[in-house]
Design a protein around this ligand. Structure first.
Ligand code: TMP
Length: 212
């Protein structure tokens, strides 16, 4: 995709326990070193705004109807785009988001079974621009690994949230939907083999060529 904004948008994705959060802070520092003149914004979904963080607490804990869940994810995203992402990209900043729309396709679509057509419609609605183009990350780094490896890695320190409590079959479907999205848009995705050691994954992240 040719850039729609002066800034650059990077998302991190993967199933729970894939290790993306371990690397996202270091990746921001790496970007700051590489592009010292650029401001880096680290944000996350669901969340990233005061309203989005309130919705996050509900989404991660309260049981709800699947369509309600998808609509709230996209409502939080609309606010995130309007308040944070679009202004930052317009101002030429580098936005790094821990998850974005691919997570809705993977979790609400793949994992929970919401129709992909409905998700496509929500994506068009929430990310569509006046010129008919779609706001998407310039680069999505997908931490890919089997559900059983991820399960062993998930934090045993804090209580699992609603999604982390799901079974292996759920995470296998989440993973397959992430991989389908990656296949559909190979130029946007960079796949990381997240079964590797953190040192090796870090080497892969450093090797990504980022053209800004
Ligand atoms: P995190 O633990 O990586 O911050 O993500 C929070 C959880 O929210 C994670 O289990 C994935 C889930 N999620 C969705 O189900 N749909 C979405 O659209 C997003 C952004 C996250």
């Amino acid at each position: 995709m040719t850039s729609l904004y002066p800034g650059h948008f990077i998302s991190f994705e993967g199933i729970d326990g894939a290790g993306k959060s371990t690397h996202v802070d270091a990746f921001c520092k790496l970007m700051q070193d590489r592009f010292p003149g650029k401001e880096i914004i680290l944000t996350r979904e669901p969340g990233g705004t005061a309203l989005g963080e309130q919705l996050r607490s509900l989404l991660l804990d309260a049981p709800m109807n699947l369509e309600t869940e998808a609509l709230l994810m996209f409502a939080a995203r609309r606010e995130h785009i309007a308040q944070v992402i679009e202004p930052a990209l317009t101002a030429g900043k580098i936005v790094i988001s821990d998850r974005f729309t691919d997570a809705s396709f993977a979790y609400q679509g793949g994992g929970r079974g919401l129709s992909i057509q409905k998700l496509n419609e929500l994506e068009q609605w929430v990310q569509g621009r006046a010129d008919g183009k779609l706001l998407q990350p310039n680069l999505t780094i997908l931490f890919d690994l089997p559900g059983e490896v991820a399960e062993g890695r998930r934090s045993k320190v804090r209580a699992p949230d609603k999604f982390e409590k799901m079974d292996l079959n759920f995470f296998d479907k989440v993973r397959q939907e992430y991989l389908r999205r990656a296949k559909e848009d190979p130029k946007r995705f960079y796949l990381v083999d997240a079964t590797k050691t953190p040192e090796s994954i870090w080497g892969d992240l450093q090797a990504i060529e980022i053209k800004i």
